[in-house]
Design a protein around this ligand. Structure first.
Ligand code: NAD
Ligand code: ZN
Ligand code: ZN
Length: 346
């Protein structure tokens, strides 16, 4: 079968012919119908060789957003049937620790110790004709949702949904939420905020096309993410602080901007994997401000995100690429010229 693999540290990923994988005991093989390209893949491919090799194998099939048709069941795999259209829940855990028992496999206490890695982020992922999923527990029925339009919900939907749910208690009437970076994750975050909260939503990005997209998907205001942003936000809200900031970039300039917008009891939610940092301390931030860095989301939350899509409340903007065109999708992601999410259709 064909697969998009990262083969050489620092070089672009390549389309290669590899053996079609067989499902082992308890595993499920999917015929992949769509796979999303995430900025985290670019981050991983940008790591220096020693850091990359400490955590990831070579070669590795990319893709941690995947949907497919159940194609073959390993011995003892139960709960799904051949022919089912399913989405892959990516942050696999052990299934038995306290976090996993709550469906929070993204925070599994034992995954590292047991060597359990997400597909595409440590073992072979979804950018191939077929992929192996370690357990039927990590599959959610699509139930009629279009695979290409919805594959990105497994990460670009689930991650902002989980991030926003943690701040829902604060985002009541009169509240405000800033979304920094309205790309794959950010443009879904805007829609989740509009669907779940009455907050005034302000989008910030460095590209005018991204600000246009932000307005189209529901942002009340959209401003350039530069030195003028704080003044623009102050003018729009009539005050200089906001209830919550969701940062999908997290480089030093966005961290500095986000922390300058915090007021008493504000939330600053760091989702991007940029290398910026900030200080906390009793007098370093307004009273009771919270800074957190959530990772992906729970199995239950993936089911909830798919329900939002079925209700028509979340629509992912997608640009389609064939598997052969997948290197180009990553190039466009790197350049920042994609509208929404790049989806590879094998
Ligand atoms: P993306 O490339 O699709 O979107 C990033 C957006 O940020 C683009 O629209 C870009 O124009 C904008 N941007 C760049 N610099 C900016 C700046 N200074 N100010 C404002 N906007 C700026 O990326 P994505 O796939 O949506 O991923 C976003 C981030 O989230 C990445 O860092 C990714 O690694 C991370 N991520 C984290 C998790 C998690 O679990 N925490 C999960 C998935 C992705
Ligand atoms: Zn991702
Ligand atoms: Zn666990």
């Amino acid at each position: 079968m064909k697969a998009l693999q990262y083969v050489e540290v620092g070089a672009p990923p390549q389309i290669r012919e590899v053996p079609t994988p067989e499902p082992g005991p308890g595993q499920v093989r999917l015929k992949v119908t769509a796979a999303g390209a995430c900025h985290s893949d670019s981050f991983v491919m940008g790591l220096p060789e020693d850091e990359y090799l400490a955590s990831y194998p070579l070669p590795m099939t990319l893709g941690h957003e995947g949907v497919g048709i159940v194609d073959k069941l390993g011995d003892g795999a139960e709960g799904v049937s051949v022919g089912d259209a399913v989405a892959v829940y990516g942050p696999w855990g052990c299934g038995t620790c306290y976090a996993c028992a709550q469906g929070k496999e993204n925070y599994c206490e034992r995954a590292a110790e047991l060597g359990i890695r997400p597909p595409g982020l440590g073992i072979d992922g979804s950018m191939a004709e077929y992929m192996i999923v370690d357990s039927p527990r990590h599959l959610v029925q699509l139930d009629g949702l279009d695979p290409v339009d919805n594959v990105a919900l497994t990460d670009a939907g689930l991650t902002p949904y989980h991030a926003i749910k943690g701040s829902l208690g604060k985002l009541g009437p009169g509240s405000s939420a800033v979304v920094i970076g309205t790309g794959g994750l950010g443009h879904v975050a805007i829609q989740v905020l509009r669907a779940l909260t009455p907050a005034t939503v302000i989008a910030l990005d460095v590209a005018q096309e991204k600000l246009d997209l932000a307005k189209e998907v529901g942002a009340h205001h959209a401003f350039l993410s530069d030195a003028s942003a704080k003044d623009e936000i102050t003018r729009a809200l009539g005050k200089p602080t906001v209830t919550a900031v969701f940062d999908f970039v997290t480089i030093q300039p966005t961290i500095d901007l986000a922390t300058s917008l915090l007021g008493v009891e504000s939330d600053y939610v760091i989702v991007g994997v940029g290398a910026g940092t900030t200080q906390v301390g009793m007098l370093a931030r307004p009273y009771d401000a919270t800074i957190r860095s959530p990772y992906w989301g729970s199995r239950g939350e993936l089911i909830e995100v798919l329900q939002l899509a079925r209700a028509g409340l979340v629509n992912v903007e997608t640009e389609r690429f064939s598997l052969d065109e997948a290197p180009e999708a990553y190039h466009r992601l790197h350049e920042g010229t994609l509208r929404g999410r790049a989806v590879i259709v094998p």
